[in-house]
Design a protein around this ligand. Structure first.
Ligand SMILES: NC(=O)c1ccc[n+]([C@@H]2O[C@H](COP(=O)([O-])OP(=O)(O)OC[C@H]3O[C@@H](n4cnc5c(N)ncnc54)[C@H](O)[C@@H]3O)[C@@H](O)[C@H]2O)c1
Length: 367
C-alpha cells in the first residue's frame, strides 16, 4: 500500500478500480501543508476535467480510493454530457475550515499547471468559486471561477436545470408527455440544487413536497412557494403518494429498504451516487420504477463550468444542458432495446462514445 505522505494508516482496504487510470499524481508542499492527489482516469475525449474535493480523510489510502472512484465517474459523466473532456478529479487532504490558505491553494494550482492541461479543475465538496480564483492565479486550468473573474459561478444553476430536463424526459417516456403539470414531485434536500429544482417544478405546474434536515433550507423554499408542503424526512417522501422522487441531498438514497417502499414511478434527482450498491438499479426496474441515471441528469453543472474553457457564455451552456432531455430519452430507448436498466444503458453509451470518438485520434493528421 502507498504512504507517500506518511499519514496514519487506519484504513488498509484495497483500492478498487486502480488499474484503469491513466495517471495519478501526488502533490506535497510542506510549508503550506498541501497534500493533494490528482487522478486522471482517461483522456480519450480530451483533457480530464473534474472538481477538487477538500476533505479531512482519515488517511492517504482513503483519499486515494475516493479520488480514483471520483475520476472514473467524471469520465462517464463528461462522455455522456457530450463534452470533449476526459475524466479526472483531485482531493486535498485536510479540513477546509482550518487548513485552507492562499499559499496552499496557489501551491496546488502550480501542480495543476505542471500537468500542462491534462487535468482541469473545478469546485467540489469543500471548495468554492473564490478558491478557484486563487488557484487560477497559478494555472490556466481552473474552472468554476467567480463571474468577476470570467467564471461560470454557481454550477447548481444548470445542474438543477438539467435535472428538470431529465425529469421531463422521464415523464415523456412514462406518460407520453413531458409536461409535469399536476404531477406530484418529492424533492429530498433543498440546498443549492434542490431549491432551484423546486423553482422549475413550481413554474411547470407540478405539486411539490420537500424535506431537508436544515430548517433554514426548508423555510427558504416555503417563503418563495408557500404552496409547497414540507415533510419530516426522507422516509415520509418515500412513503408519500408522489409520481416522481428527486433525491437532491447526499448519495445512497436508494437502497433495498427505500426501493421496496417507494411509491413514485420515476426517480430523477441531482444527488451523486444515488444507488447505494450495485443491483439497486435492477430492483428499481423490477418494480417498474423508471430511474433516470444520476450522473446523466446532474451533468448540467459540469456543462456549465466546462463552458469557461472557451470563454463563458451562459446561453450557450444552457442550450447544451437542455440536451440532457434528448440524451435521457435515448438512454431509456437503449435500455428498452437491450433489455437492461437505464443505469446500465447509460454506462454503455458513455463507453461507446469514449471508444468510438476517442478512436478517431488515431487518424494521422500529417502535421
Ligand atoms: N452543486 C452542483 O452543481 C452539483 C452538481 C452535480 C451533483 N451535485 C450533487 O447534488 C447533491 C446536492 O448538492 P448541493 O450543491 O445542492 O449541496 P447542498 O449542500 O447545497 O444541499 C444539500 C441539501 O441536502 C440537505 N440534506 C443533507 N442530508 C439530508 C437528509 N438526510 N435528508 C434531507 N436533506 C438532507 C442539506 O441540509 C442541504 O440543504 C449532492 O449529492 C451533490 O454531489 C451537485
Amino acid at each position: 500500500m502507498t504512504d507517500v505522505f506518511g499519514l496514519s494508516q487506519k484504513d488498509t482496504s484495497p483500492v478498487s478500480g486502480q488499474a484503469a487510470h491513466e495517471q495519478v499524481v501526488f502533490c506535497a508542499d510542506e510549508r503550506s501543508g498541501l497534500r493533494a492527489i490528482i487522478a486522471i482516469h482517461n483522456t480519450a475525449l480530451g483533457p480530464s476535467l473534474g472538481g477538487t474535493r477538500f476533505y479531512p480523510y482519515d488517511n492517504e489510502q482513503a483519499a486515494l480510493a475516493d479520488v480514483l472512484n471520483l475520476a472514473r465517474a467524471m469520465a462517464y459523466k463528461n462522455a455522456l454530457a457530450g463534452l470533449d473532456l476526459g475524466g479526472g478529479k483531485a482531493v486535498i487532504i485536510g479540513d477546509p475550515a482550518k487548513d485552507k490558505s492562499e499559499a496552499l491553494l496557489r501551491a496546488y494550482g502550480r501542480f495543476i499547471e505542471s500537468l500542462g492541461g491534462r487535468y482541469i479543475t473545478a469546485c467540489d465538496v469543500g471548495t468554492y468559486s473564490e478558491d478557484m480564483d486563487l488557484i487560477a492565479r497559478e494555472t490556466t486550468y481552473a474552472t468554476g471561477r467567480t463571474p468577476a473573474n470570467g467564471g461560470a459561478g454557481d454550477s447548481s444553476i444548470l445542474t438543477a436545470f438539467g435535472v428538470f430536463q431529465g425529469m421531463r424526459a422521464a415523464a415523456q417516456h412514462k406518460y407520453g408527455t413531458p409536461s409535469l403539470k399536476g404531477r406530484r414531485v418529492g424533492v429530498e434536500g433543498v440546498g443549492k440544487v434542490g431549491h432551484r429544482l423546486v423553482d422549475h417544478l413550481v413554474e411547470a405546474g407540478a405539486e411539490v413536497v420537500i424535506c431537508d434536515v436544515s430548517e433554514r433550507a426548508v423555510e427558504r423554499v416555503r417563503a418563495r412557494h408557500p404552496q409547497v408542503d414540507a415533510l419530516a424526512g426522507q422516509q415520509d417522501i418515500i412513503a408519500a403518494d408522489i409520481d416522481v422522487y428527486a433525491p437532491c441531498a447526499l448519495g445512497g438514497s436508494l437502497d433495498d429498504d427505500t426501493v421496496a417502499k417507494l411509491r413514485a414511478g420515476i426517480v430523477c434527482g441531482g444527488a451523486n451516487n444515488q444507488l447505494a450498491h450495485p443491483g439497486v438499479e435492477k430492483q428499481l426496474a423490477e418494480r417498474g420504477v423508471l430511474y433516470a441515471p444520476d450522473y446523466l441528469v446532474n451533468s448540467g453543472g459540469v456543462i456549465q463550468v466546462a463552458d469557461e474553457i472557451g470563454g463563458f457564455d451562459m446561453e450557450r451552456a444552457r442550450a447544451k444542458a437542455s440536451q440532457i432531455f434528448d440524451t435521457t430519452l435515448k438512454i431509456f430507448a437503449i435500455a428498452d432495446e437491450e433489455g437492461v436498466p437505464p443505469a446500465v444503458a447509460a454506462d454503455r453509451l458513455a463507453e461507446r462514445r469514449m471508444s468510438e470518438v476517442g478512436r478517431i485520434r488515431a487518424i494521422w493528421l500529417g502535421h
